[in-house]
Design a binder for this molecule. Structure first.
Ligand code: SAH
Ligand code: SF4
Ligand code: F3S
Length: 446
């Protein structure tokens, strides 16, 4: 154990790196809230910060690589400034083999996804000179309510409705990094959303790895559509989104609620993963391509203009050319509004990593290329069909790519860019679509 000098109260500042999904974006808001509660303020750069926090993702090898790359830069920075503390948390920190590797990076604090609330105490120990401070839980405790948080701002907020996952898809590390599925009490969720509305938020996105199983294990009999209806009663919240929906649990009740509740946006993210029944089975997904097609057709029939987005993996172990063609066929049949497409990446500890017939990277790369080309063409066709039409958008603020314009989101989760006065940020207005691109649309105030 080595000692390091204590940082002076006035120069305690933090910088947070966030990788991965919306869960991590939300966790980083909690991390910031906790840090501010123990006397830290936001630094404008990692160079200035006395504490650097990594909130990491281990869903694919490439995600882990990005983290190691940045960690290398930051440890080099610390050589010039040895008083800097480095804290490492998130999904990677849950994995024993990662913690092993971290020894050589000499990080000061390691914390997991299941004990973020302990961060202030861990930091105090590190400030007092303990090194390293390692505290990672391997099982989830009870949900801690409420935790402080410093939100990223804007008019749209993420709200956790459940944590963890029980599905154990054979390729996926998430059940190992986030623990078993547990739902938050509806009253705690509603309380948080009321506070968000009072703070001026107009839109909430409800987060869970499989929101369709919300309510399982709670004493109160409640399901996800019930929760959507409760959230819609909060005054000031005008739009409700959620992510993600597992196809096996996508009920008629949810489809009806989306169709009938005007605050629930016409967008759903339903990960398909593969269009081949053989591969879906090996993935342990619990549905067939026929079921997936039937559910998405039901969505389209019941909810006019609904946008359906998805996740697809290519190159799962043993995926044949025919299996891959089945995926392309499904992409053509469903006509996704957008899709996140990935090359399969073996994750230590998952079933699929042990399967025979792992495919060469060239095969994966070529399939990914074919799939994305097809999907981009479909997305562009769909977007072109919107030219001349009107969309209701929530104005977010200046566009990152062109700050002279405003960026906004349609109810169907499309990015729409247009010219207008800065002071309409946060308003819900109508725009007319003038030009379509693959990933965004251009419009004018109607
Ligand atoms: N719970 C969400 C998915 C969360 S992970 C759901 O089931 O809808 C986000 C996406 O990463 C997954 O949908 C999957 O497409 C992809 N993914 C997960 N593990 C992967 C792996 N080992 N290799 C490649 N992609 C993976
Ligand atoms: Fe991973 Fe499957 Fe759970 Fe999604 S549902 S987080 S893909 S195990
Ligand atoms: Fe999310 Fe990555 Fe963890 S996708 S749940 S941050 S492994």
């Amino acid at each position: 154990m080595s000692m390091r000098p204590q940082a002076k109260e006035h120069d305690k500042s933090y910088y947070v790196y966030t990788y991965g999904c919306q869960m991590n974006v939300r966790d980083s808001e909690v991390i910031r809230g906790l840090l501010e509660g123990c006397g830290y303020h936001a630094a404008s750069s990692p160079e200035e910060a006395s504490l650097i926090v990594f909130n990491t993702c281990s869903v694919r090898h490439s995600a882990e690589n990005k983290v190691y790359g940045k960690l290398g830069e930051i440890t080099a920075l610390r050589r010039k400034d040895p008083d800097k503390l480095i804290a490492f948390g998130g999904c990677m920190a849950q994995l024993p083999e990662v913690r092993q590797k971290l020894k050589k990076h000499n990080v000061d604090i390691i914390f997991g996804t299941l004990n973020i609330h302990e961060l202030p105490g861990l930091i105090r120990r590190a400030e007092e000179g303990q090194h390293p401070v390692v505290q990672v839980w391997d099982k989830a405790g009870s949900i801690i309510e409420p935790l402080p948080s410093k939100r990223s701002g804007g008019y749209s907020a993420f709200v956790n409705i459940m944590f963890g996952c029980n599905n154990f898809c054979s390729y996926c590390i998430v059940p190992y990094t986030r623990g078993r599925e547990r739902s938050r009490e509806a009253r705690d969720i509603i309380k948080e959303i009321r506070e968000l509305a009072q703070a001026g938020y107009k839109e909430v996105t409800l987060l869970g790895q499989n929101v369709n199983s919300y309510g399982r294990g709670l004493d109160e009999p409640i399901d996800f559509p019930d929760l959507l209806n409760m959230v819609s009663e909060v005054d000031g919240i005008e739009r409700i989104r959620f992510t993600t929906s597992h196809p096996k649990d996508l009920s008629d009740k949810l489809i009806d609620t989306m169709a009938d509740n005007p605050k629930v946006c016409e967008h759903i993210h339903v990960a398909m993963q593969s269009g081949s029944n053989r591969i879906l089975k090996l993935m342990n997904r619990g549905y067939t391509r026929e079921h997936y097609l039937e559910r998405t057709m039901a969505l389209r029939q019941r909810i006019p203009g609904v946008a359906i987005s998805t996740d697809i993996i290519v190159g799962f172990p043993g995926e044949s050319e025919q299996d891959f063609l089945d995926t392309l066929d499904m992409v053509q049949k469903v006509r996704f509004d957008s899709a996140f497409t990935f090359m399969y990446s073996p994750r230590t500890g998952t079933k699929a990593a042990e399967m025979e017939d792992q495919l060469p990277v060239e095969v994966k790369r070529s399939r990914l290329h074919q799939l994305t080309q097809l999907q981009y063409a479909i997305a562009l066709e769909i977007n072109r069909g919107l030219e001349g039409k009107y969309e209701e958008v929530l104005v977010e603020g200046p566009s990152k790519t062109d700050p002279s314009k405003l960026t906004s989101r349609s109810r169907t989760n499309r990015i729409i860019i247009f010219s207008g006065p800065d002071d309409i940020a946060g308003q819900i207005i109508r725009v007319k679509i003038t030009e379509a691109r693959t990933f965004s649309l251009f419009g004018e105030i109607a």
